[in-house]
Design a protein around this ligand. Structure first.
Ligand code: SF4
Length: 498
């Protein structure tokens, strides 16, 4: 969809216009000179006595016109970026309103296009706004539906029950360990994941680097007396390495990290059922791993084949029972809404299969077309459900989880997510993942070690975030892990010097 934008010269406003446009049309193209566009959007601005007034017009090729106006009192104490944000929000508000009128489509998330809506909820709560004020703000300023505000409130309340000291955990850290290998690569995947077969040399050198990072980071944390809240092994599939390699790695963790007995949660993603064996489960038990993930994604065999997951539905179920029989009592399972070829019927089937297993948590993702995935590059080959169907599937997930005793405890959104919906983690009472909450709400530093591991350093006082990423491919990691460790320690020194 090509949209001609009139009256906006300031380039800083182009991004919000593009993001809002993408909520309605696939791949919005904005142009700023008259040409062969399908729609024309014109904006008039006026700033008087500390308030901003914006009027927007949307004109169609067949001569229809839609208009909306908004006047907003700018908060006097805000300046620079914060002030600009208010103007951007006002513009987004006007633009969203005329696009909703034109398409008849209502965006339940309003003008919120960010990944972490609940983080904004927490921020307002920490600033002292009441529940009612937050609710009103989301509805009136951001045009959110009651349903989404309610969902956020439910999640925030739940998070505070699970982690009552959430607001004061910025003096601790969590650790993410990235292991970049998988049995095969899935079609929708953009994670650092390399097919493990035939790569033993590279795996061995990678693990050498990872042990080094664990030692050094652990040593620094012990020296400074900084506690670890949670540890999360992701990737890739951390169980694609051998049982012996896992054993040595967890032994390193226990030796190197401070006060491991008091870490609140250690998770290992055993995502691909084809990597799970009795030996590996023994190792997980030996080192008291609290939580694992076994991810079906779908219980339809044809779908698994289409997305390049070389395991069977039976294998998922069988490995789940094996883990249960060996005492694993906190298992997460992921489902994805909108996988190629799947509609409401197939998703309902996956839910009914989940009911037979009742994992402690169920994370329901909505398929997103990430730029780098095989699926996006060959989008024409994959048939995906319509917006309406996606939305129905999401409703079914909400109903199903509610009926089966699960409650939502974290959510995040992505760009290009089908139907502009969200990914939601549901858990049975007391089984919520603390790490998932910490990573989503950005209330403390997460140190990423290993391949493709992204660190987020959250300043304990200002809450400003510094990002740092380890390289995604094992070769670059192996060549530079000492340097990356040193860089992270430098940032940590600076952050925790107070
Ligand atoms: S199992 Fe996960 S990390 Fe591995 S290729 Fe598939 S989606 Fe990517």
């Amino acid at each position: 969809m090509k949209i001609y934008i009139k009256g906006i010269d300031d380039e800083r406003f182009h991004r919000p216009l593009r993001l809002i446009g993408n909520l309605f049309f696939e791949e919005t193209e904005l142009c700023f000179t008259e040409g062969d566009s399908t729609l024309e959007a014109e904006f008039l601005f006026e700033e008087t006595n500390g308030s901003i007034w914006i009027k927007g017009y949307l004109r169609t090729e067949d001569g229809k016109e839609f208009t909306a106006t908004r006047e907003k009192q700018l908060q006097a104490h805000l300046e620079g970026k914060d002030r600009l944000r208010q103007v951007k929000n006002t513009l987004s508000y006007v633009y969203l309103t005329i696009l909703q009128d034109y398409t008849g489509m209502i965006q339940k998330w309003g003008i919120l296009t960010g990944v972490r809506p609940t983080k904004l909820y927490h921020k307002k709560r920490q600033e002292g706004m009441s529940e009612l004020e937050i609710h009103r703000m989301f509805k009136e300023e951001y045009l959110l539906s009651d349903e989404k505000v309610q969902l956020m409130k439910q999640i925030v309340d739940r998070q505070l029950q699970v982690i009552p000291d959430l607001d004061s955990l910025s003096n601790e850290v969590s650790i993410y360990v990235g292991i970049p290998f998988c049995p095969t690569k899935c079609a929708y995947c953009t994670f650092p994941a390399y097919a493990i077969n035939g790569r033993q040399g590279s795996v061995t050198s990678f693990l050498g680097g990872l042990h080094y990072e664990m030692k050094e980071i652990g040593h620094w944390l012990k020296e400074k007396g900084i506690k670890i809240t949670t540890v999360y092994y992701g990737g890739g599939t951390p169980t694609s390495i051998s049982a012996e390699e896992m054993d040595m790695l967890y032994e390193e963790m226990v030796e190197s990290f401070p006060d491991v007995e008091n870490i609140r949660e250690i998770t290992v993603e055993a995502g691909r059922p084809d990597t799970i064996t009795k030996e590996k489960l023994d190792v997980l038990n030996k080192w008291k791993i609290d939580r694992i993930s076994i991810n079906p994604q779908s219980y339809i065999q044809e779908t698994l084949k289409a997305i390049g997951r070389h395991h069977t539905v039976e294998e998922t179920i069988e490995k789940f029972h094996l883990a249960r029989s060996m005492g694993m009592n906190n298992v997460n399972m992921d489902l994805i809404i909108g996988l190629p070829g799947e509609g409401v019927e197939e998703f309902d089937y996956s839910l009914s299969e989940s009911a037979k297993l009742m994992p402690e948590s169920l994370t329901v993702h909505t398929l997103s077309f990430k730029r780098a995935s095989e699926m996006t590059k060959n989008k024409h080959k994959y048939k995906v459900a319509s917006r309406e169907e996606i939305s129905t599937m999401m409703d079914h997930a909400v109903e199903w989880t509610n009926e089966h005793g699960y409650a939502p405890y974290y959510l995040y959104r992505q760009k290009n997510i089908l139907g502009n919906l969200e990914n939601v983690g549901y858990a049975l009472k007391g089984q919520d993942s603390i790490y998932n909450i910490m990573i989503m709400e950005e209330q403390q530093t997460i140190i990423g070690i290993g391949c493709g591991a992204a660190s987020k350093f959250v300043d304990p006082v200002t809450r400003k975030i510094i990002h740092f990423a380890n390289p995604k491919d094992p070769k670059s990691y192996n060549d530079g892990f000492e340097h990356y460790t040193e860089e992270k320690i430098k940032i940590l020194e600076e952050l925790f010097k107070r």
